[in-house]
Design a binder for this molecule. Structure first.
Ligand code: ARG
Length: 402
């Protein structure tokens, strides 16, 4: 008899390790594990060994860092994506890509089902399941932690009883990491009044302990995409790596806010995203130099829609492509350089220049070099203020329209 095969999206942590053994034992399926590298700092050899120790029939490793940067992060930069004004979407953005890579393996080996390690309270289950079902219609999806109501204590006992080697982190925090940022949840952070303790952070220096001397970083953009740092061209992956280190050293990129999850829960979320925060700050600045007010204003609506789609697991929504087409069209002229100043937790654009700049010194200067005929402003004001002034004349000049 042919065995039923389930492909599991495998991070190497306790939840997904317990899931391997459970799927085999409870469902009697063969388990194929897939670990996708989206820039998390992990020992992938060790993860593979653990997958086999837990009973995986075959393990796949997929390096998706370049694709993550080129296809996902670059769009997030164009969209200045900050969910609820604060969260650069780091975890959210990687989910559809991980789902896609797991589906690729499932198709290749003609699997019968796909499983992932999300809980039933978060956004990740929504992101994984909708994307998986969009890419592989009709496939059975399991979420063992959620569907069998697993908890960490039982999982640990179960995994240890099977003799599976697992390093149980002493940390009270639940961490998710990729190139675009590090998400920190649970433990003491569940009380939103508690300040995140220093040990919650791994990528950023405490701003108070950051260097006294500021550091300047010049980011060059070409068509909305960062192409070089301090004059040296490098891949987006390398640029993000470098900025995570440099901006992180100066304590830049810490985020602490209350977030609205898709499932309606409000949660306290802490992040450190030094590169994301710095690059979006720089990108917004170069856009202001090169785009008109009308595009900047309208683009905010598109940015917000795109960010909400990605956050809420609707990467598969057909609205995404037309939104991205608009974003790309606007970026054709978004080229130039921004000089960022990093200092004690703050990133600030302090200089910008571009061949495409709409800034004209001869128009804005107050010196006699000005070519702007200021006498024309008189006629402009007369016409510009006509409607409100007529309205006031008809309805009264005082507030309250007496
Ligand atoms: N709240 C963030 C999001 O929904 C981060 C989730 C972090 N996930 C995790 N498994 N720790 O994107």
């Amino acid at each position: 008899m042919e065995m039923t095969t389930t492909v599991l999206s495998y991070s190497g942590g306790l939840d997904t390790t317990a899931s391997i053994a459970w799927i085999k034992e409870k469902l009697g399926h063969e388990v194929i594990t897939v670990t996708v590298d989206v820039g998390q700092q992990e020992d992938f050899k060790e993860i593979e060994e653990r997958a086999y120790a837990a009973g995986a029939k075959k393990h796949y490793f997929v390096d998706a860092k370049e694709e993550f940067a080129k296809e996902f992060i670059s769009t997030a930069i164009m969209a200045n994506a900050m969910y609820e004004g604060k969260y650069p979407l780091s975890t959210a953005l990687a989910r559809p890509l991980i789902a896609k890579k797991v589906v690729d393996v499932a198709k290749q080996i003609k699997a019968d089902a796909i499983a992932h390690g999300s809980t039933g309270k978060g956004n990740d289950q929504v992101r994984f399941e909708i994307t998986i079902k969009a890419l592989m219609p009709g496939i059975q999806v399991y979420s063992p932690v959620r569907d069998w109501n697993m908890n960490r204590e039982d999982e640990l006992k179960y995994v240890l009883s099977k003799g599976i080697p697992i390093k149980v982190s002493k940390s009270e925090f639940s961490i998710d990491e990729n190139l675009w940022g590090r998400s920190i949840e649970s433990g003491r952070l569940e009380d939103p009044w508690n300040e995140p303790p220093e040990e919650a952070f791994a990528w950023t220096t405490s701003p108070g302990k950051a260097p006294d001397t500021p550091e300047y970083v010049t980011v060059e953009f070409d068509g909305g995409i960062p192409t070089s740092i301090n004059g040296s061209k490098m891949s987006l992956v390398d640029m993000i790596r470098e900025l995570n280190a440099t901006a992180g050293k100066h304590g830049v990129g810490r985020v602490d806010h209350i977030e609205d999850r898709v499932v309606g829960i409000k949660s306290r979320e802490v992040y450190e995203c030094p590169a994301a925060v710095s690059l979006i700050e720089a990108h917004q600045d170069i856009e202001k130099l090169t785009l008109t007010k009308s595009i900047l204003e309208f683009k905010k609506l598109v940015e917000n829609q795109w960010t909400n789609l990605i956050y809420s697991g609707l990467w598969a929504d057909p609205l995404r492509e037309p939104l991205e087409a608009f974003l790309k069209e606007t970026q054709k002229v978004v080229s130039g350089e921004v000089r960022l100043k990093l200092h004690k937790g703050i990133v600030m654009p302090v200089g910008r220049r571009s061949k495409r700049a709409l800034y004209r010194h001869e128009l804005s200067t107050y010196t006699k070099a000005s070519t702007f005929d200021q006498r024309q402003a008189v006629g402009f004001i007369t016409i510009w203020g006509m409607q409100p002034l007529v309205y006031r004349e008809v309805n009264g000049f005082e507030p309250g329209y007496t």
